[in-house]
Design a protein around this ligand. Structure first.
Ligand code: SF4
Ligand code: SF4
Length: 102
């Protein structure tokens, strides 16, 4: 469950942030009008993560702002994972993340 919580820190209903590609330039934070994205506090690997998923409107300003293509549109097929997370097993989440973020 802890791992799934970690995964959800990179998702809203509309976007997914890939921390592996993030270079912590914070452009997405500047651009997001809803303050959805914040700075991670992990020592040794700074990256952007989702801090207020429910506020995301899907405006895609963060996607356009990211110079590393670290933020992608969440395919609509996965929105139900966000809306009804308990409907999905751990394996479903793992498969989803591998498909999405590699
Ligand atoms: S899609 Fe818009 S509201 Fe959502 S995180 Fe990106 S910039 Fe913010
Ligand atoms: S714009 Fe992209 S590279 Fe810069 S902090 Fe956001 S996700 Fe990371």
């Amino acid at each position: 469950m802890r791992r799934i919580k970690k995964i959800r820190e990179h998702l809203t209903r509309f976007i997914a942030i890939n921390p592996s590609y993030c270079t912590a330039c914070w452009e997405c934070i500047e651009e997001c009008p809803k303050k959805v994205i914040g700075k991670s506090r992990i020592i040794g690997h700074k990256h952007a993560h989702v801090v207020k998923a429910e506020a995301c409107t899907g405006c895609e300003k963060c996607i356009k702002a990211c110079p590393q293509q670290a933020i992608i549109e969440l395919p609509p097929i996965y929105r139900d994972y966000i809306d009804r997370p308990r409907q999905y097993k751990r394996e479903d989440w793992q498969r989803m993340v591998i498909n999405l973020l590699g």
